[in-house]
Design a protein around this ligand. Structure first.
Ligand SMILES: [Zn+2]
Length: 156
């Protein structure tokens, strides 16, 4: 049996023993002490060990942001993208795509880029150029066009 299976068996055995002892209704101080200090302590020890083992076994680094993540899925993947990155990845879109979504006229974002109105977003990488297209992150749309200028998201 592997070490994790062994620990699980030990925990199950101890719980069974505890159940049996609980059914004995005699006023026995030593038995109570045994239950409290031996069985409970062992159970806590084993559970902690088990938790640590299963925990380290399932941690993996996100290939994108390099943060350690706790995956409940024990299967190690060849490419691991954490939940935070999965949520944020599709939030970047071309300006042509974003403009109608927020009711901006075509070319508005490019115009604002040319007029240096979005410089702070370009500086932090929330707007960037890919070939001939400008890509813009949803956060720019929310902070600049929604919150600052009062546009509303119409679709999507
Ligand atoms: Zn990540």
């Amino acid at each position: 049996m592997d070490i994790i299976g062994d620990l699980k068996k030990k925990i199950a055995d101890l719980e069974e023993l505890k159940d049996k002892l609980d059914q004995i209704e005699i006023d026995n101080m030593e038995l109570e002490m045994f239950k409290k200090f031996t069985i409970d302590r062992l159970l806590a020890d084993y559970s902690q060990k088990l938790e640590k083992m299963t925990y380290t076994k399932f941690t993996q680094r996100c290939d994108l942001c390099q943060r350690w993540t706790e995956e409940t899925d024990p299967e190690l993947k060849s490419i691991m993208i954490c939940q935070v990155c999965i949520v944020n990845l599709p939030k970047t879109m071309t300006t042509n795509h974003a403009e109608p979504m927020w009711g901006l006229h075509v070319g508005k974002i490019k115009q604002d880029i040319d007029n240096d109105l979005l410089e702070e977003y370009i500086n932090v990488g929330l707007i960037w150029k890919s070939g001939r297209y400008w890509l813009v992150h949803e956060l720019v749309m929310q902070r600049h066009y929604e919150r600052k200028l009062g546009y509303k998201r119409l679709e999507g």
